[in-house]
Each structure stands twice: as C-alpha cells, then as structure tokens.
Design a protein around this ligand. Structure first.
Ligand SMILES: Cc1ncc(COP(=O)(O)O)c(C=O)c1O
Length: 332
C-alpha cells in the first residue's frame, strides 16, 4: 500500500530507532530528562523563544499555547478551517472555556482587514473580548498553503498596536521554512505562543512542543500535568525529534516536489502546490478513496467532494510514479 492519507503515518528509520535506544533519560515530571531538556532548548532557540515544553501531541501543544493567551470567556479569532477548531474535537472550548469566531479564506490565508473588523476590545460586561488571533502555517485543510512572512509581520504590528496575542499553529512550519527559505526565527518573531510538531513531515513517531515566554512555559508545565500529559523517561521520544531535526528537515523539499507531481497527475496546476499537501475536488470523494484503495493507494476524504493526499518520508519517487498513474485515471 502507498499511504498518502497523512504525513503522520511514517515509521521511525533504523537510525532514528538507534538514537532513541541510546538516549539518556530521567524523570521529566521532575524536569530531569537531559534529552527532553536538550530538545526543548534546541527548539526554543531555533525559533528565538525563551522556553519550550515537550508534549505528546500537537493538539495538546495548541491547547497549552492558546491557554497562555486566551482566558475563559474570551475569544480567539482564526480561519474557518483551522485545525484548532475543526480537528481538535472542541478541546479549546471544552477544556479552556474560550469562544471563537472565524474568517473564511479559501487558501487559509490571513485576511487582516477582516480580522481588524472582527476584533472586539474589552467592553466590560457587553461583548466577548478578543485576546488572540490564531493562524496556521502551513494550513492543513487549505492544502498545505504557506502564510507569507510579510502578512504575519503586518499581523504582529497590528496585534502590538491593539494589545492582542498571536498564536501560530506551526505543526508544519518546517515545510513553510523549507518551501520559502524563511528563517525559523522570523516565523518565531511574529508569535507570542507557538506549537510545532515533530511527528508530521519530520517523521518522529510522536512529539510536539509549545513555545512561549519562560513564565508562560512554567504555567504550561502545570497545565500539561493537569491534562495527564506529565511524562516520565521520555528522552527516548525526544531523541527521535532531535534526530529528525538534523536528518529530516532539508529533505522536506523532496516531499514538496513529490506533491507537485501528484497534483499534476490529478489535473491540478503544480505551481499552486506550495508544500506536501494536495487537496482535490471530485464529485464523489468516498468513491475515489475506495477505488484508490483497490489499486493500492490510500488517500483520505476531507469532505463529500474533496480528497487529500500528503507526501512524506515513507513515500519514494517510485511510489509517487505508481500513485500518479492510479490517481490520474481516477481524478485526473
Ligand atoms: C495543522 C495541525 N495542527 C495540529 C495538529 C495536531 O497534531 P496531533 O495529531 O499531534 O494532535 C495537526 C495534526 O495533523 C495539524 O495538521
């Protein structure tokens, strides 16, 4: 089977497994796991943040990041298909007691004029107050689209003016970085809080980080424990992330090239594919998913008329050529 359902399906390479087996460990709830500490310091430094905290999932990292900016009864504004709203099962409302409003942008982009018009300042007992804007880079359900740095910088400048926080869901910020050459620190500089994942394109079996000020991360450490995310000798998992940062970052360019080839096979303009995700409109998405499976290609339906494919570490050029043949027949 050629598995294009997600970039989360990768299995650790033999070299990654060796790094995991050899990791030095300690009890991370006591903050005594040297490998976790090394990962947290490394990632905080990559993005220019004071501190970082290792979490089992990107969803938990997002909840902790949003919790640092938005209090109960306050609101976050985000694009309508943001992962934090569509795919985290209501966690932000259910666990944090926050509300949200959305803007709609087909390519998942930031629409600053609309955001400005939606923003609600503190009006005492009359309206819900906006305390953060959340953006997703790259945007998963919009098809791996990149948010231009200039737009993010404009958001930062406005957010500073009005005193609102900026959260970046950077589950695939690595793909944005490789696709555009934008330094990770420039992406970090526009955010007050950020979540990044090691278990997507980077190919680690598990692991994400929430980034913020030292003070915010201390609070996040307590909240993580409350949510059942205090972990013990998880240096074995952090080691996979450290390995991935060294060995699997630059190769994301290959995934992007593979995604363009698949897009072309699906009858799309490959120039529109910015990273490793391809979303294809088709009249009957479940039927296409079933037919592709019959021919050895796994893809996902993300709506009744939309299928999604992702390229990743475990998809070779030969796999791409084979999948392209199948998909061109089904949707091309
Ligand atoms: C944009 C984005 N943010 C957050 C997540 C959540 O990550 P996890 O599945 O580790 O909770 C995902 C998962 O695919 C994602 O695509």
């Amino acid at each position: 089977m050629i598995d294009l359902r997600s970039d989360t399906v990768t299995r650790p390479t033999p070299a990654m497994r060796r790094a995991m087996a050899e990791a030095e460990v300690g009890d991370d709830v006591y903050d005594e796991d040297p490998t976790v500490q090394q990962l947290q310091e490394r990632v905080a430094d990559l993005f220019g943040f004071e501190a970082a905290l290792f979490t089992p999932t990107g969803s938990m990292a997002n909840v902790l990041a949003v919790a640092a900016l938005v209090g109960p009864g306050e609101e976050v504004l985000c694009e309508s298909r943001s992962h934090i709203l569509r795919a985290e099962l209501g966690a932000h409302g259910a666990l944090l007691g926050i509300t949200s409003r959305t803007w709609v942008e087909e390519r998942g982009q930031l629409d600053l004029p609309t955001v400005r018009s939606m923003y609600a300042p503190d009006m005492g007992p009359f309206f819900v107050r906006t305390t953060a804007i959340a953006v997703e880079n790259t945007h998963n359900f919009a098809g791996g689209t990149v948010l231009p740095l200039a737009d993010l910088q404009a958001l930062r400048a406005w957010a500073d003016e009005v005193g609102v926080g900026v959260h970046v869901d950077g589950a695939r910020i690595w793909n944005a970085h490789v696709a555009t050459g934008t330094p990770l620190r420039e992406y970090g500089a526009v955010a007050d809080a950020m979540a990044v994942c090691l278990s997507k394109g980077l190919g680690a079996p598990i692991g994400s980080l929430v980034l913020g000020t030292a003070e915010a991360i201390e609070v996040a450490r307590v909240r993580r424990k409350r949510m059942g995310g205090g972990m013990r000798q998880v240096g074995v998992l952090a080691a996979a992330g450290l390995h991935a940062l060294v060995h699997h970052l630059d190769r994301l360019a290959e995934d992007h090239e593979h995604a363009r080839l698949l897009a072309e096979a699906c009858g799309q303009d490959p120039a529109l594919i910015e990273t490793n995700i391809v979303v294809v409109e088709t009249p009957d998405a479940p039927a296409v998913v079933a037919a592709a499976r019959e021919e050895g290609v796994l893809i996902g339906a993300v709506g009744p008329t939309r299928v999604r494919l992702l390229t990743h570490l475990d998809v070779t050029r030969a796999d791409v050529d084979q999948a392209a043949k199948v998909l061109s027949r089904l949707v091309g």
